[in-house]
Design a protein around this ligand. Sequence first.
Ligand code: PRX
Length: 643
Amino acid sequence: MSEFPVHPVPASFSDAHIDKARYQAMYQRSIAEPDAFWGEMAEEHLSWDALWHTVRAFDFSNGEAAWFSGGILNASVNCIDRHLPARADQTAFIWEGDDPNDSAHISYAQLKTEVCKLANALRSRGVKKGDRVCIYMPMVPEAAYAMLACARIGAIHSVVFGGFSPEALKDRILDSDCQTVITADEGVRGGKPIPLKANTDKALAACPGVHTCLVVKRTGGQIDWHSGRDQWYHELTGVAAGDCEPEPMDAEDPLFILYTSGSTGKPKGVLHTTGGYLLQATMTFKYTFDYRNNEVFWCTADVGWVTGHTYIVYGPLSNGATSLMFEGVPTYPDAGRCWEVVDKHQVATFYTAPTAIRALHAVGDEPVTRSSRASLRLLGSVGEPINPEAWEWYYRVVGDSRCPIVDTWWQTETGGQMITPLPGATDLKPGSATLPFFGVELALLNEDGSEIEGPGAGYLVIKSSWPSQIRTVYGDHQRLIDTYFSHYDGYYFTGDGATRDEDGYYWITGRVDDVLNVSGHRMGTAEVESALVLHDDIAEAAVVGYPHDIKGQGIYAYVTPMAGVTPSDSLRDELVQLCVAEIGPIAKPDVIQWAPGLPKTRSGKIMRRILRKIAENELENLGDTSTLADPGVVQDLIDNRSS
Ligand code: PRX
């Protein structure tokens, strides 16, 4: 799989929470006696107001799953109140602003007051259990307060990444019928303002159901004001009480919705519930990162993605940890920023995406080596396959060959990590996410659905439920069944391909469906295609991924203009802007190739396999083209390939 050597568990992790023997014993028990195992784990790791009547029940034929039903708890109490006796003065969040001179420490006691004030403010606007609240925020502590305030009163948060366009925001607000939006006047990233309130205004023009828009004053920039609907966050929370009775929640009551892309249609609202999600977040945070009291943990994701939900907010806080939230970008003011922050705040664990590692690697070692990084104990990777070269650089230069790297595979739908090393238990192979977490039963399938035994390559599926399993696609349970549970009977289909080696280690090879992973951001090819064909001059578009040195995958768009339209650079620019407007800057095509025709079967289906090969420049290996309606178009695409 890789020519790179195995890295055994270092001596510095000999006292880790989980060693090799304990991993084996716990994993085996989690599979052999799941009810007993998970019942014990739930009692040990979470605070409950009442225990459950049933540990787990699931049915993969209809995608249903329920964990700890009848159990009563509140996620905000687990993340805040239960720590107060011992940790009131301990820092819950370190906030590092975009400007290197801006930072703040928020203690657990302060967190409780801030969350309760906002929870009361939301209640004063009529928000109650089960209501959906959209959070469209920059990376400021108020984003976390907003999530936790929703959890406190039983409202369901739907965080929308601040990089999404007004159009994308509108779609998400409407799909889950959010009536409240929490945003900021502007965000700041890399020294530049992001017009969040102006974007929200545009989105809300088409969302008549939204009665309240709470606005955090981040920059004081000029914004429009819709009186009645718009409320300053600081004014509403300023008059609210700092104590708020938590809503008792059934373990199966929804905690949040988070939109993610699939191979067809609009993004899906992935719904997670309270007890199972929080347990997976809590346990994976503790064991994968071998968390020790008083350490500083830094996950560089945005709270708009699942990684931010689980490993900036819920996982760290449920463990009483100190979580660092970074507003900026790794290259501002320069490429040494991450390591300056590590030294400034004495970060012990640094968790990021391969795309960031590759981008920083490309700049060279000096911005890293001019920092100390002596506080680092562990490194992590998430979001896309990490190539062994990037892994080795991360290990050798960033971690000074001392810090293990946990390469964690999971998905928005899985809620928490599923395949991951545990640093005290797992020997590391660069490029492999290694072994399943407790309770995760994996299989690799052949095309015909038969299971592969031993080493081999196939479709990665999951054979039984796990606590933080996606419960439904908001408003469309059939879509859940169609997407995840109908490819192969009795299995959850991940959409990923993987290989398994002779040691049982998993190597994720990437998506096997029409989902792109661009810089760790998930996007359906269909979403980008729909944006492109909105242009009046465009007849048809087909989008595929291709290997990109930094982004992992780049977006390659084949675009057919309407008859009589002459392709031009300005048309190309308009198409790029259309993708930005419909989705956001992350959806900018890297390559647009004008295609007078697209390769189609006689029944009119676009043959993406061929388009992928051309984009990848694998021209010798186009496969069977005999079913094409017009084989000539392929040669034309090859001749005019954009390099
Ligand atoms: O293809 C896999 C890839 O990211 C997909 C999930 O994307 P998303 O729901 O946005 O969640 C990302 C953060 C958890 C997966 O189907 N992926 C995620 N982690 C890894 C990965 N691919 C390889 N190695 C990983 N560690």
